[in-house]
Design a protein around this ligand. Structure first.
Ligand code: 4NP
Length: 153
């Protein structure tokens, strides 16, 4: 199984989802490949935002080695599941899809959570520390559900 996490810049939300998921599959010895990408190329080659890295570190997740890259059409071939953080990411990824099989791989990550009012992981980039904590909490819950799904396949 190969899972891709996608946001806009690939420096805040998707690296956090990526780091959490990598840690969980490693802790459970699962043969799952995890990566992340951004729909934009603004930060390609760069490290995650230090505010996200610090939040992750306090929770015991190391995302400091991740490097941003832009989503590419061949990701539809490489990955089985593509989780996007918000509706704009969804639209940007779907725009690049070539067929129904590509489109069926793409899901808003918060749709995994039952009884969830929000459908978008809010972009924390222009906000304060609370935003990063909130992103962590949401993605911790989502990656728990993905992990459970992988373990019961
Ligand atoms: P991300 O956050 O999509 O969660 O990585 C953002 C990072 C950078 C920008 C926007 C969102 N930016 O405009 O540079």
């Amino acid at each position: 199984m190969k899972i891709l996490m996608v946001c806009l810049g690939n420096i805040c939300r998707s690296p956090m989802a990526d780091g959490l998921m990598r840690k969980k599959v490693k802790d459970h010895n699962l043969d799952t490949y995890v990566d992340s990408a951004g729909t934009a190329n603004y930060h390609a080659g760069g490290a995650p935002d230090t505010r996200m890295t610090q939040t992750a570190k306090r929770k015991g997740v190391d995302i400091s080695e991740l490097k941003a890259r832009q989503f590419v059409v061949s990701d539809f071939d490489t990955f089985d599941l593509i989780y996007v953080m918000d509706q704009s990411n969804y639209n940007n990824v779907i725009r690049l899809s070539r067929n129904e099989s590509d489109r069926n791989k793409v899901q808003l990550i918060l749709e995994l959570l039952p009884n969830q009012d929000e459908i978008e992981v809010p972009d924390p980039y222009y906000g304060g520390q609370d935003g990063f904590e909130h992103v962590y909490d949401l993605l911790d819950k989502c990656t728990d559900i993905i992990l459970n799904n992988l373990r019961h396949e």
